[in-house]
Design a protein around this ligand. Structure first.
Ligand code: ADP
Length: 468
């Protein structure tokens, strides 16, 4: 039963009918492609006169269009997966160079061979399929032919031998049984034709796969070349950023080192010994600059780790209110005592945990709050706020009433070593690394960091994280 079902399967599927149509149409399509052969021969014949080259380019371009058409037909009618074509014509250069590339391109010539094969192979396929279909129709229609052949008068005909001697009204039962067998035989031939068409379609598909696109080796070579080019570009970018890093670091180191050296020299200077108050001030400056240098080294280590791909995160569900609590407890007293800035936490509804690295997130929040305190004038306010956006992401925002950021600087502050003018004029500012490191960390956690700001009114940095 199952064998019969599988034998009859082509009758229920669309593919064999499409293959049948495809194979039957090949001869006529192949006839059109003969024009290309005529064009090629004309080009070869007129090459000496000079116009041959122009004709050749036109023929090759027409062939590429026909190949593209055949690829489309192959994909949609035969369901074949075709490898890509090279595109020498659109790959740049002068008209002459592109024509030459088209001429040298193997895929064009393989495609032309496929186009020219359509006529002979199509004619063979058409002959076989026509014979099969004629046999199927002839056998299936035999009883009808028999009746027609007998005619109203029962006159002699091809099938007249089936009648008994007595005349057209008396049928030979054995012969009639033989006649009845012809109908299923016709149906069987029809089903066989569909099988044949499906097999022919598959074979044609293999031919198209072989001739209508790059070879496997060419595809592998192309992929390897693209990977090598990407690797080269990556190496160049990394070399460039390494050079920039060295220049920036040297530049950033110079100021604190010069300051430390100047103050230490003043302290060591034998002539005109500084007063106790001056000495105290010099030592404070030295200590502050040394602390800044320490921060720079920490930041540089973080940058180097990120660049080397050694940024290992321990992602786990993190209760954001605990992180906020920790940072608030650490920085609120300093904000009040050092800068007379109030640090508050806005009450938040109970929120689900976020997917994050707890320590790194603490580092990010610490950096945002430190910046907010630093760039907020005395008496100002900094708020840490937690919420959940409608798309389900968790938002951790730090808002201040500080100097704000000019619109032109809003995206640039995330670049390494970028500082706004307001920050450059301060001796206490950082090195412009904190935000770039923070954004990298947040993105590594699968989140995003955004900023909104209005100069003179304040800024709001928001970290969006996924729910754990
Ligand atoms: P820095 O260590 O210099 O603060 P960041 O990368 O953290 O470096 O910040 C880059 C620049 O962004 C800062 O120099 C400052 O100009 C600006 N900036 C950051 N946070 C704020 C803020 N809350 N208000 C105003 N400007 C800010």
């Amino acid at each position: 039963m199952r064998a019969i079902a599988s034998l009859l399967r082509p009758t229920r599927e669309r593919g064999p009918y499409l293959s049948l149509l495809f194979l039957a149409s090949r001869t006529w399509v192949g006839l059109c492609y003969l024009g290309l052969l005529v064009g090629l021969l004309t080009a070869a014949g007129t090459l000496a006169v000079g116009v041959g080259l122009a004709i050749l380019v036109l023929v090759l371009l027409a062939a590429r269009a026909c190949i593209a058409f055949e690829r489309e037909i192959g994909r949609s009618w035969l369901g074949v997966e075709l490898r890509p074509m090279s595109s020498p014509w659109s790959s740049g250069g002068s008209l002459w160079q592109r024509s030459l590339a088209l001429f040298r391109d193997g895929t064009t010539w393989k495609g032309i061979a496929y186009l020219l094969l359509q006529l002979p192979l199509g004619a063979i396929a058409l002959a076989i399929l026509s014979a099969c279909l004629c046999a199927a129709v002839g056998l299936a229609a035999a009883p009808l032919l028999y009746v027609l052949d007998a005619g109203p008068t029962g006159g002699p005909g091809v099938y007249s031998s089936l009648w008994l001697e007595g005349g057209p009204t008396t049928l030979d039962p054995i012969r009639l049984a033989a006649l009845a067998v012809l109908v299923p035989a016709g149906a069987a031939v029809a089903v066989g034709t569909l099988h044949l068409a499906a097999a022919g379609g598959r074979a044609w598909g293999r031919l198209a796969e072989g001739l209508l696109g790059l070879s496997v080796a060419q595809v592998q070579l192309g992929t390897a070349q693209a990977e090598a080019a990407a690797e080269h570009a990556r190496a160049e970018r990394s070399e460039q950023s390494r050079r920039e890093l060295i220049v920036n670091v040297s530049h950033e180191l110079r100021t604190p080192i010069a300051s430390i050296r100047g103050h230490v020299e003043s302290l060591l200077d034998g002539r005109g010994a500084p007063s106790e108050a001056e000495r105290q001030h010099y030592l404070e400056v030295v200590a502050r600059e040394a602390e800044r240098l320490g921060f720079l080294v920490d930041d540089l280590l973080a940058v180097a780790r990120a660049d080397a791909g050694e940024l290992t995160l321990h992602l786990a569900p993190v209760a954001l209110d605990e992180v906020v609590e920790h940072v608030h407890a650490a920085l609120a007293p300093i904000a009040r005592s050092d800068r007379q800035v109030t640090l508050v936490r806005t009450p938040a509804p109970p929120l689900p945990p976020a997917r994050a690295d707890r320590d790194r997130l603490g580092q990010v929040l610490m950096n945002l709050v430190r910046n907010a305190i630093l760039y907020t004038p005395e008496g100002g306010m900094v708020a840490i706020e937690l919420s959940q956006s409608p798309d389900g992401r968790l938002a951790l925002a730090v808002e201040d009433t500080g100097v704000g950021i000019p619109p032109g600087d809003l995206e640039r502050i995330f670049e390494r070593f970028y500082r706004t003018d307001a920050s450059r004029s301060r001796s206490t500012g950082g090195f412009g690394l904190g935000l770039s490191i923070s954004r990298e960390l947040v993105e590594a956690m699968g989140g995003t960091m955004t900023v909104e700001s209005e100069p003179g009114r304040g800024s709001r940095f928001t970290v969006h994280l996924l729910e754990a």
